[in-house]
Design a binder for this molecule. Structure first.
Ligand SMILES: [Zn+2]
Length: 452
């Protein structure tokens, strides 16, 4: 049998035009499984031909509309035709794009003036359709550049992709995302007293390319949340951007921050992270030590103590057991000084146990001493960032960056972690992190279907 595929355009002014797209032939006598339905190759050809026809007709319609002068209603002449190459998801299409003379009513003194403009360039200034660019960037943020190119080549009729075209596209989309945040900055100035905001911050380490003279560099990941706006994630490589504070400020603004918003930062105790937010907004930031990180350290104390206690005579240990049991509760309820006092007692107990014992018990006592000291130092260094977590939780406020821990994986490690065995430049890592954050937020591929 023969299948003839033909499409028909109906222009806005009523004219109809047909395009022959393709003819499929199937064997009458020797039907095989491979010949059932459309093959991938046929599908690609059909899509590419439909794209070509639709684009060329669309250019014609856009041009006809632009040929009528908005001011004096003159029907303007075509100056010349130029070939324009357009990269789309469904193939690289070359269209004939007319340029229209600019109406003389705009230059009354210059009758000889023959400036022309291209209506197509007005609609599409770049060489590729936005949807195609975003899809390239989306795939590049999820897979290696080579894998992203392979997927596009395998599944779509787009022009041949390789790792360089994909990397360049990711770069331009990432830079575009940043300029867009800057627009917000200019556009929505400035009502004081915005919503209360919480920023979860953490950092990941990415392997550096050899020419940067160090093994790793830091990528900061974060999630900005408030009751009024959607969660906004971001990734930021301090070494990879010229103005990291501006970059962070743009993200905060895009998430709804306004001067005067109350700002809370949850992080794991690295003072550089809250300082970064403080400098970006040039205002006060409440820094809260993340409960998830404290909790992990308490658990270390608890488990090592269990091991030690199981090897000691019960009569001596009742008091310390009670102390360990109360430790977590005390820190959770903001009784930091009592918790620190308890840790000092536990430390002395562990040292005494080490001196009196031998072998396994001595080792267990040593590890208790180490864990206790570790927690004590951690709390002491972050005294100003400890709060009554129980009270905060009751108020429905965030106490933990466990979500930021997830972010480290989602934004940085999945694509740029050590397992990927890739090395990065700070700029490259910053761009991937920026696009990944946009992908996770659903900010990248937002175009809805326009079809009727
Ligand atoms: Zn005119």
């Amino acid at each position: 049998m023969k299948v003839r595929i033909r499409i028909e355009t109906e222009f806005g002014w009523g004219e109809r035009r047909g395009h022959d797209i393709s003819i499929l032939e199937r064997s009458l006598t020797e039907a095989s499984a491979e010949e059932l339905g459309l093959s991938l190759a046929e599908g690609k050809i059909i899509l590419r031909e439909i794209q070509r026809a639709v684009l060329q007709d669309q250019v014609e319609e856009i041009t006809e509309i632009e040929r009528v002068c908005q001011t004096c209603q003159t029907y303007l002449p075509i100056h010349d035709h130029r070939s324009r190459r357009i990269d789309t998801l469904f193939g690289r299409v070359t269209v004939q794009a007319p340029r229209v003379r600019i109406c003389m009513c705009r230059f009354p003194g210059f009758p000889e003036c023959t400036t022309a403009f291209s209506p197509l360039t007005r609609v599409l200034p770049g060489q590729a359709t936005p949807e195609f660019c975003k899809l390239q960037a989306d795939l590049a943020a999820r897979h290696s550049f080579r894998e992203a190119a392979r997927l596009l080549n395998a599944l779509t009729p787009c022009a041949r992709q390789n790792h360089t075209t994909i990397r360049n596209r990711l770069a331009s989309v990432a830079d575009g995302l940043e300029t867009r945040s800057d627009d917000i900055q200019e556009g929505v100035e400035v009502q004081s007293g915005g919503p209360e905001m919480t920023v979860f911050l953490d950092s990941a380490y990415v392997r550096s390319r050899p020419e940067y003279q160090k093994r790793n560099f830091e990528v900061i990941v974060g999630s900005i949340e408030s009751k009024t706006a959607k969660k906004h994630r971001f990734g930021l490589s301090l070494a990879g951007v010229d103005h990291p504070l501006d970059c962070l400020k743009s993200s905060l603004k895009a998430a709804g921050w306004r001067p005067g918003s109350a700002m809370t930062v949850l992080s794991d105790g690295d003072p550089a992270l809250p300082r970064l937010v403080r400098n970006a907004i040039n205002g006060n930031v409440e820094h809260i030590l993340d409960w998830w990180h404290i909790s992990a350290r308490i658990r270390h104390v608890e488990t090592t103590f269990q091991t030690l206690l199981s090897q000691l005579d019960n009569s001596e240990t009742c008091d310390v057991e009670a102390l360990v049991e109360r430790l977590r509760w005390r820190i959770w309820h903001g009784q930091t000084h009592r918790a620190l006092e308890a840790l000092r007692i536990l430390f002395r107990f562990a040292i005494k146990a080490r001196d009196c014992a031998a072998g396994e018990t001595q080792e267990a006592a040593l590890s208790v001493a180490g864990r206790t000291m570790d927690l004590q130092t951690y709390l002491t260094h972050n005294l100003s960032a400890l709060v009554n977590y129980g009270h905060r939780r009751k108020q429905g406020k965030a106490v933990s960056t466990s979500r930021a821990e997830g972010l480290v994986n989602e934004i940085a490690n999945v694509r740029m972690g050590k397992k990927q065995r890739m090395r990065w430049s700070p700029r490259g890592a910053h761009r991937v992190a920026t696009v990944r954050a946009a992908v996770l937020d659903g900010r990248l591929l937002t175009r809805g279907p326009n079809a009727a």
